[in-house]
Design a protein around this ligand. Structure first.
Ligand code: FES
Length: 157
């Protein structure tokens, strides 16, 4: 057992060195964690996952002036043909739904209304619903929620 007088008290300078060292290591660790998070975000393509295509079944069964919701999109038909709308409200991202009796899409969150062709009719939404790509693949309609198209685009099926 060491003699009590052989144990030296740490000097004030020594204590400050240890304290500064701990602070420095904490800062380096925090910067390292932040850089790691940024690198993970960049390597994952920005963190946003690409929406998956949505199969909408065979053409037909949808009269002119009607729409049918399916997941993140709606299949709609007017005199020009079929088209697909993204069901992500441009206000705050809720999911509008088609209401045939009211002849419009209605957002359940703050009441925005949208016409069959996606145009904004009422409510706080700053614009209409986005049109997205619609193709026939293997005899079935497939919507591509991640691919916006011109609102005048129609598919004749
Ligand atoms: S999120 Fe649709 S009206 Fe607010």
């Amino acid at each position: 057992m060491p003699h009590p007088q052989s144990i030296s008290k740490p000097s004030r300078r020594g204590v400050l060195k240890v304290l500064y060292g701990a602070i420095w290591l904490s800062l380096v660790g925090a910067v390292g964690l932040g850089l790691g998070a940024v690198l993970r975000l960049v390597s994952s393509g920005g963190g946003a996952s690409q929406p998956q295509p949505v199969e909408l079944g065979q053409p037909g069964g949808l009269a002119v002036g009607q729409a049918r919701d399916q997941g993140p999109v709606a299949l709609a038909r007017d005199a020009g043909g079929y088209f697909a709308l993204s069901l992500v409200c441009p206000h705050l991202g809720c999911r509008p739904a088609w209401h045939q009796k009211q002849d419009r899409f209605l957002c359940p969150c703050h009441g925005s209304g949208f016409a069959l062709n996606g145009e904004r009719l009422s409510g706080p939404a700053p614009k209409g619903l986005s049109h997205v790509a619609l193709k026939v693949t293997g005899g079935k309609l497939v919507a591509f929620p991640g691919q916006p198209v011109d609102p005048a685009t129609r598919l004749k099926a």
